[in-house]
Design a protein around this ligand. Structure first.
Ligand code: PMP
Length: 285
């Protein structure tokens, strides 16, 4: 990804893509001190842009990474980078991190916090066979307890678990992994939330130790507007057997049907299809 034309916004200016670099003694590289956002623009407009900027600021606050920009400055930086990209449908990555400075130990309060925004074209997250139903592995790595780390932050440190889970999944021929939480309840995939359909109701894990995704909240709103009952609760792994349909939600994943999780299989049913279609329309509305 480093060898491309284009510009990346870094600390206030658009920088040529290939020159957007950090020093090897960047605190974030050694200790994971960064927070970020994943967003999508459709038709030249970032969907739920303010919500993402606000979550970036919230993540920074939760992870003790004070972001030196206001919400409107973050909005302006994203808009400027998107416009410079010339893309109308694009993925937007905003990131803030502890840089190199006076500290090289675990503490980094004296190191500056930087921000960058990069925009690139990114198609369907799970590939072109999106509507056929993704196959998911079951991860041996669990979402940590809220007492372990600020689990509602979108922070780099939390993604190491996801990367390991996804590597194992891909090695087994799956597109992603379902992770359980520290208590053993069904939690989420490595970069997306999960929903199930059973007897006309939608069940989704209660987000009490993982990201309550912006797409998740959008989809819950869509279901409720249709009068579909959405039950947010703790879901036991053995309940997967009884679930009829399953889909993932996320900015990158959008609404992606799931055909299989481990040994459990699901139908790509009418509700899954129509929610995926409605989401596609909504993001461009
Ligand atoms: N969980 C994780 C671990 C994620 O990385 C994401 C993607 N940001 C989500 C859930 C879904 O969040 P959103 O809908 O806000 O993109």
């Amino acid at each position: 990804y480093d060898d491309r034309d284009g510009s990346i916004w870094m600390d206030g200016d658009l920088t040529p893509w290939r020159e957007a670099k950090v020093h090897i003694l960047t605190h974030a590289l050694h200790y994971g001190s960064s927070v970020f956002e994943g967003e999508r623009a459709y038709g030249g407009r970032i969907f739920k842009s303010r919500e993402h900027s606000q979550r970036l600021l919230d993540s920074g606050r939760m992870m003790d990474i004070p972001i030196p920009y206001t919400l409107s400055e973050i909005e302006a930086a994203k808009a400027e980078t998107l416009a410079a990209s010339g893309l109308s449908d694009a993925y937007v990555r905003a990131i803030c991190w502890r840089g190199s400075g006076d500290d090289m130990g675990v503490a980094s309060a004296r190191n500056p916090v930087h921000m960058a925004v990069a925009v690139w074209a990114w198609g369907a997250y799970y590939g072109d066979a999106k509507m056929q139903g993704a196959r998911l592995d079951i991860s041996k790595w669990k979402r940590p307890s809220p007492e372990t780390i600020p689990c509602f932050a979108k922070a780099a440190g939390l993604y190491m678990i996801c990367t390991m889970a996804k590597h194992q999944a891909e090695a087994r021929g799956c597109s992603d992994a379902l992770m359980f939480d520290y208590r053993g309840y069904v939690a989420e995939a490595t970069g997306a939330n999960v929903f199930f359909v059973k007897d006309g109701k939608v069940h989704t894990p209660k987000p009490d130790c993982f990201l309550n995704g912006i797409t998740r909240q959008t989809v819950i709103g869509m279901l409720q507007a249709r009068g579909v009952e959405v039950v947010e609760r703790h879901i036991q792994p053995d309940e997967l057997d009884d679930m009829e349909q399953c889909w993932l939600t996320g900015t990158a994943a959008e609404v992606t049907p799931v055909g299989q999780i481990g040994e459990h299989t699901f139908e790509v049913g009418a509700l899954t299809r129509s929610i995926a279609e409605e989401y596609e329309k909504l993001v461009r509305a």
